[in-house]
Ligand binder design. Structure first.
Ligand SMILES: [Fe+2]
Length: 184
């Protein structure tokens, strides 16, 4: 069900992503979303002006869709989704730090920046964190192929330790401005 009012073009994208994933899997979703992010005028027009960074647009048992406009110059904590996911960047750039599992903890592997137009698909085992190295919020859609709100999944602290069930309040409380994080 939709959690907020969105325009028809946004609904069309969500519904097309769901049907592509059900019929043909992630490869088809990536191909479709590449078309979307390369022609973003309609979705930008039909996306409301939200007053926060992360807005849950739609959720059911098969998909969770977020609009995410990542605040610049903040490192957010690493986490897994425990389901396949895809990010579609249609404004600005989204930077991902990817991690390898090391027992119950994780170790940083690499950092990759994806400038619009970009589509980033993540398998269900992926551990990442996101940040925005730019100077204004980016514009992205994130899709998770399941109900992310109720999923059993892990987040870690900024050192990749202390794994625990993902919790949005802990996620926001661990977010660290880049100027205060000498490791980044
Ligand atoms: Fe994520």
């Amino acid at each position: 069900m939709y959690k907020v009012e969105v325009g028809d073009e946004v609904k069309k994208v969500i519904e097309n992503v769901v049907s592509h994933y059900a019929e043909d899997g992630m490869a088809e979703v990536v191909e479709y979303l590449n078309e979307v992010v390369n022609n973003p005028d309609a979705i930008r027009r039909d996306m409301p002006n939200f007053d926060c960074d992360e807005v849950l647009l739609y959720v059911d048992d098969n998909v969770t869709a977020y609009y995410i406009a990542t605040t610049p110059q903040i490192n957010y904590p690493p986490h897994e989704h425990a389901m396949e996911a895809v990010a579609a960047v249609y404004g600005g750039a989204e930077t991902h730090d990817f991690f390898d599992r090391d027992g119950v903890n994780i170790k940083h592997r690499c950092q990759v920046s994806f400038a619009a137009p970009s589509v980033i698909d993540m398998n269900s085992d992926c551990v990442h964190s996101i940040c925005n190295l730019g100077d204004k919020p980016n514009e992205t859609l994130h899709f998770y192929f399941g109900d992310l709100e109720t999923q059993t999944r892990t987040m870690w602290d900024m050192q990749g330790q202390n794994p625990a069930q993902y919790d949005q309040d802990r996620y926001m409380s661990l977010a660290t401005p880049m100027t205060k994080n000498l490791n980044n």
